[in-house]
Design a protein around this ligand. Sequence first.
Ligand code: SAM
Length: 512
Amino acid sequence: MRRKRREKPEDVAISMVKRKTDRDGFYVKEIPQKGRGVFAKVKFTKGEFLLQYAGSLLSVNEGDKLEEEEGSSGFRFFISCKGKEFCIDATEERETGPILGRLVNHGEKNEVNVKPSILDFEGTPVICLFALTDIAEGEELLYDYGVSNLPWKQQAKAHNENGSTSSVATGISASLKKDILSSLEKRVSDQHSELISSVIDTEDSPESNASTSDPTPMTESEQNEKESSSPTKISAEGLETFSLVMDTKEPSYGDVSTSDSQPMNANEQNEERSSSQEKDISTIGTKISSSVMHTEDPSNSNALNSDPQPMTVSERNKKGSSSPDKDITVEGPEICSLLMDPEDPSDSSALTSDSQPMTADDMKFAPKILMKETPMKHTEVSSLVLNLETENVLKDASQLLNEKSPLSLEKYMSDIGSEICSLIMDTEDSLECNASTIDSQLMTQDIPAKGPETCSLVMDNEVSESDASTSESESESSHSDDYVPESDYSEDGESYVIPLPRFTQRSGCVSV
Ligand SMILES: C[S@@+](CC[C@H](N)C(=O)[O-])C[C@H]1O[C@@H](n2cnc3c(N)ncnc32)[C@H](O)[C@@H]1O
């Protein structure tokens, strides 16, 4: 008996296109980080027709216009068929018809199991997906979108390399960054109010004063000795010496406290201890976030209005050498200005018009956070990171405060300085990496516009090796069980198949 000849996959494809429906054997599942994906419910053999990528057929100009106006939807593919270019736009989510093809996700070279091809169906190009390998039950269908530097890849890479904070600043548009920033500002400010109330509560409670538990206030000579001693010794003394620890570690601020010729006497020391801890924590949050806000928005004049003791630089100077925070306070505007973009003259108004420099209390925490010079290059990013970190600082400081643990609080505050510096540097690295990503995406975007033959460049680079090695054997075995569509007119002269390299997506799948 003669064995029935197996139907050619492209004929199966055309008959499914005619029926305007998906074939059975697939299901859709949500995948973390990817959205929906299509999975095989049954086994499929290499070469089999799987699904149609159905959408509206547009001219390249129409597709380009939509890309420009709406950004990339992730569902617009620019293809070429018989020397002409088209766009198939599957952005619209349909209820009926072939709806699964558009949900197939991108896969890396080593994971792809699907091959897209373009068939000519009654003069109209259609994208059909064929099995590139045997596909097991439960396997996700994946094909190569033909776009290098896919945005989600960059984001995942940055996330892996730098941790979650960096990814916040990577791959996001300026407007999104602005939104994040303003929402962070709000959160920081809310958190700060919460912290203030918790500090007030803590101060009201007699047993809760962590600093008063210090049993041995220093004498004047002890205090003098302390001023010149090692960071380790100083840091063990208590919170008020925290700025000395930081100053010693950071030479450019060494004069802030070590030049202070008016050490505190024992009473002052005691008083300082009893009030400074909670106050420092609560005010530094406002100051840092306000500095960021001022830097971002010169018109924001009420950010520091709640400061109970604002003093101008000249007021500070008039206060005389008896003021232990004189030197520190004079430094305030300068430090704030580190956050400003030196190349943007409009920024200077933000702080020159601000008559409320940081106080000495603020400086105990501020120098390490503010002094890093790197952020001058990317004020916006720095502010973002500072906002994030301010929020974390406030949260953690609040927790430590609740734990009434001055030493751990001191250590924590000391640690965060360097963490923030490296975060800012990481973020800047990511930003640079992102800039080059955007460049390459723009290049990728330009390539297909130059003509059908250049469309293949993107795909060629990605799949040429594996594809070239299989295409010949595929052609040879085009009528065998292993049949995979080839790049020739079929026997009836109607259906037309273009191999992978002609299939490319014009731009990244996610708007950047
Ligand atoms: C053609 S759609 C695929 C279906 C999509 N997952 C959904 O739920 O609608 C392309 C979009 O899916 C996401 N995507 C596809 N492949 C991905 C991958 N490997 N990793 C992460 N996201 C992916 C991207 O958001 C891309 O813009």
